[in-house]
Design a protein around this ligand. Structure first.
Ligand code: FRU
Length: 501
């Protein structure tokens, strides 16, 4: 039975969503039907189709009582809109259906597992959330909340765990047939941990163990965890709140954390060996992965950050985008990420320039645009080192988004100061990169409102949202000193309606 609240959301999005013209949206990044979007939820295959749910407040471009919006895709590039899946319509989730995951049940139905938030008063009379885990079961479009919700509450927490910060179950069925879920939790020391739970049927759950914890070292509450094997290693991902910067690896605020290690379920559990940021740009949070039937581990994230999400164009009718889904792998003990290969099916108008000397600022014939896939390789021209190299994209007389490499200190910097967001928020981010044989390779994916940079075949990624007017489509290359560059540029072309509705 569709509740009144869910029906209201479905009617609202059906009535007003189509008023937003395709030209106001990104060409291939997922956006909400209308209103506000944050975290990806339930990114998974169900009956052979890829579903992506999202944190959703259809009624305004601000965060509000959380619903789950719903999309489907055949190729991770083009998205089909489905009606909202969940509304905060029960006493146990009246303050929001927060983030979670999805899995296919053995009987062919789809399980959504999410955090139900209830608001009450604590002993001092202050408003306080109670967060429990809940499930809803459905057919890929309509879902019934389980009669015995919540299925995990304070009774299922380890000692010292907080019921105020207990959220974001990511669920999967493992090769042993059991369902598992990782859930973020605040620990007694005030920071965060990732808890593992197990279930035979997806409905009755038991606490297994804490997989890892911040111990006040890597931020506070660990939100939106994920846990999966990859290339012989085990990866634990989470998005910590209140990070302190560590060199150029982690920045202050809402960060992203990838822990790579080994996992022995019967013995020591998860043992971390390497720690890194997932994305080194500005707008990336709450990443979630799926395991595709063809064996790929694919990640998507909210292409925003809480610290910058308050800055948006006036009167925008949608707010929040997902990143381009990325294929993950581990090489040399590090996480690599590259755009899903399906993007290449949309390549058009190839322009190639090789061994172009740059000293001063140049543009190259055929290299411009706002929806494209461009790879630039930069190396010194001769034996003389160069001081810096810059690519400017989304450029006109007033605007530019700059990607700058400085070999002397090995930093890559993204600067969106002049990218259409006249607000005093974070506009630049720098991070350390590793040249290979003196060269640096940058794959730059532009969509109308974003720049995603993949460094050295996916060794690092940096993502930023831009709001530059679409007519600003020039691209230039500039060096302090002398470099040689190769440029391979493809437009990305989408025939027919850009979003199937
Ligand atoms: C992360 C997050 C989650 C929560 C959701 C609420 O961005 O704070 O922890 O479930 O957003 O919308």
């Amino acid at each position: 039975m569709t509740s009144e609240l869910l029906q209201k959301a479905r009617d609202f999005e059906a009535q007003y969503g189509p008023h937003i013209p395709d030209s106001e949206r990104p060409a291939f990044h997922a956006t909400p039907t209308i209103g506000w979007m944050n975290d990806p939820n339930g990114f998974s295959f169900y009956q052979g189709e890829c579903h992506l749910f999202y944190q959703y407040h259809p009624y305004s471009n601000e965060w509000g009582p959380m619903h789950w919006g719903h999309l489907k895709t055949k190729d991770f590039i083009r998205w089909e809109r489905l009606p909202a899946a969940l509304a905060p319509d029960r006493d146990y989730d009246a303050a929001g259906c927060f983030s979670g995951g999805a899995a296919e049940l053995p009987d062919g139905r789809q399980l959504l597992m999410y955090t139900g938030v209830r608001r009450g008063h604590n002993a001092e009379g202050f408003l306080q959330d109670v967060q429990t885990q809940c499930v809803a079961i459905g057919d890929g479009v309509n879902y019934e909340k389980w009669g015995e919700n919540p299925i995990l509450d304070e009774r299922n927490l380890p000692e010292g765990g907080s019921i105020v910060d207990f959220r974001d179950p990511k669920v999967w069925q493992d090769t042993d047939g059991s369902f598992y879920a990782v859930i973020g939790n605040r620990t007694a020391d005030g920071s965060g941990a990732v808890l593992l739970y197990q279930s035979r049927d997806g409905l009755k759950w038991e606490f297994v163990r804490a997989l890892d914890a911040s111990r006040n070292q890597y931020g506070k509450m660990w939100e939106c965890p994920d846990f999966f094997p990859l290339d012989g290693k085990q990866v634990l991902m989470t998005s910590p709140q209140d990070m302190n910067p560590v060199g150029l690896e982690f920045h202050a605020g809402n960060g992203t954390l990838c822990l790579i290690g080994d996992y022995d379920p019967q013995g020591k559990g998860f043992v971390r060996q390497h720690i890194q940021a997932i994305d080194y740009g500005i707008d990336f949070y709450a990443a979630q992965t799926l395991f595709a039937p063809d064996g790929r581990r694919i990640m998507v994230a909210w292409m925003q950050n809480w610290d910058t999400a308050g800055a948006k164009p006036h009167h925008c009718r949608w707010f929040g985008q997902m990143t381009l889904p990325r294929e993950l792998s581990i090489r040399n003990g590090r996480l690599y990420q590259n755009p899903v290969r399906e993007l290449e099916n949309y390549r058009d108008c190839c322009v190639i320039h090789r061994n172009i000397p740059v000293c001063g600022e140049i543009n190259l014939p055929g290299v411009q645009g706002r929806v494209l896939d461009m790879t630039v390789t930069v190396r010194p021209n001769g034996t003389e080192p160069y001081r810096w190299f810059r690519i400017r994209v989304a450029k006109d007389g007033e605007h530019e988004t700059i990607i700058r490499y400085r070999p002397s200190n090995g930093t890559l910097k993204i600067d969106r100061t002049r990218s259409g967001l006249p607000r005093d928020i974070v506009h630049t981010r720098s991070f350390l990169v590793r040249p290979q044989d003196g060269a640096i390779k940058l794959r730059i994916i532009l969509d109308r409102f974003s720049v995603e940079v993949f460094v050295n075949d996916g060794e690092q990624a940096a993502t930023t949202v831009i709001y530059t007017r679409q007519s600003a489509d020039a691209i230039t290359f500039e060096a302090g000193g002398s470099v040689l560059i190769d440029v391979e540029k493809y437009d990305l072309a989408f025939d027919g309606p850009e979003m199937e509705t």
